[in-house]
Design a protein around this ligand. Structure first.
Ligand code: GLA
Length: 375
């Protein structure tokens, strides 16, 4: 299985934690189709932790909770597939999952076969309760081998939070994406922390094995399992823009059955999603950090450039950057034609530098697509 662009979808953990069941999954699948999320590219529906009975069956196989999933997982998978979505599940490389449910340590091949039989297309694989005597990389390699031999294409989503030098070995394991940082919560502080921690790990991101900055909190508005304080619309927009720009998987974490128009507009912005799903998957580079103007650039397939100006300050800024700082000095004899990707507005053609007419609010961002034109 080759995964060429960051996976997109929905995961149950951020909002629902342990409160998951067949009805929730089915109505979420319905909503993903009805709200245009599937059409926008979100095609994986993933059940996180807390789905299993506490004991394996007599053949050592995992058993779905009889109360939460009375018809078993195959029935859930069939429903999800009938909607045109792919179905994801969760397990863990240690002796228990993070929430204390049965885990796949030393059951890797049995579990991969069970997941394949149920019609699973995606496995999130956690790192809690890893025995100290075994190296984590071996456990991920083992599950990678089990999945590659289970007879079904299953996307392998590693979740070891960047621990034990994950970046050094993750590409040996068969993982298609890997959590490069710790757990997100629904607050601006958490978004900022994950962004800052991600910067030095960006060189390890790449086609086929993507750095996963964790599930999105866009639209949670302080509710749910990792709810905390919630964020403003500007903060959610900046969060989504950074994750997209940094080529992170985009896994929605809010209740998609009850999205506000603002949430839906953020999550389905085609132009921002296009930066994430860009065929080139180039690494972003920082252009500048002057006067609170943090600007990043990314080369896109076809020659355009994307620029993200982030206001991480507590006050308004005037977005500004100099083209020479992205490599385009006067000797290139080019100008940049710019479009604002959040408003859709064409901003005009600029020479040497860009300075916005409007100030940018605290925690907001300006996302630009730039076309290079000759002078
Ligand atoms: C860990 C993971 C989370 C979530 C929980 C479930 O904390 O990092 O994303 O899967 O476990 O218990």
């Amino acid at each position: 299985m080759i995964v060429r662009t960051p996976p997109m979808g929905w995961n149950s953990w951020n909002t629902f934690g342990p409160n998951i069941n067949e009805e929730l999954i089915k109505t979420t699948a319905d909503a993903m189709v009805e709200n245009g999320l599937l059409e926008a590219g979100y095609n994986y529906l993933v059940i996180d932790d807390c789905w299993a009975e506490l004991k394996r069956d007599e053949n050592h196989r995992l058993v779905p909770s009889k109360e939460k999933f009375p018809n078993g997982m195959k029935a859930v998978a069939d429903y999800v597939h009938s909607k045109g979505l792919k179905f994801g599940m969760y397990s863990c490389s240690g002796t228990m999952t993070c929430a204390g449910y049965p885990s796949s340590f030393q059951y890797e091949f049995i579990d991969a076969a069970t997941f394949a039989e149920w019609g699973v297309d995606f496995l999130k694989y956690d790192y809690c309760f890893k025995p100290a005597s075994v190296n984590g990389d071996l456990l991920y390699k083992r599950m990678g081998m089990a999945l590659a031999n289970c007879g079904r294409d299953i996307l392998f989503s590693a979740c070891s939070w960047g621990a034990d030098g994950t970046h050094e070995w993750i590409k040996t394991t068969g993982a298609h994406m890997w959590r490069s940082t710790g757990d997100i919560n629904d607050s601006w502080q958490s978004i900022k922390d994950l962004y800052e921690k991600q910067i030095k790990l960006q060189p390890y991101n790449g086609k086929g094995c993507f750095n996963d900055m964790d599930m999105l909190v866009v639209g949670m508005n302080g509710k749910g399992n990792v709810g905390l304080k919630g964020c403003t619309t500007e903060e959610y927009r900046t969060h989504f823009s950074i994750w997209a720009f940094f080529n992170s998987p985009l896994m929605i974490g809010c209740d998609v059955r009850n999205m506000t128009p603002e949430t839906k507009a953020i999550l389905t912005n085609k132009e921002i999603i296009a930066l994430n799903q860009d065929g080139a998957q180039r690494q972003p580079f920082k252009i500048c950090d002057y006067w609170g103007n943090t600007a990043w650039c990314k080369q896109l397939e076809g020659g355009d450039l994307a620029v993200a100006i982030l206001n991480l300050q507590e006050h308004d800024i005037t977005p500004f950057f100099i083209f020479a700082d992205m490599g385009l000095d006067r000797s290139c004899a080019v100008r940049l034609e710019m479009t604002d990707l959040w408003t859709g507005e064409t901003l005009g053609v600029f020479r040497d530098q860009f300075k916005a007419k409007q100030p940018l609010k605290a925690h907001d961002c300006l996302m630009l697509r730039c076309r290079i034109v000759n002078e």
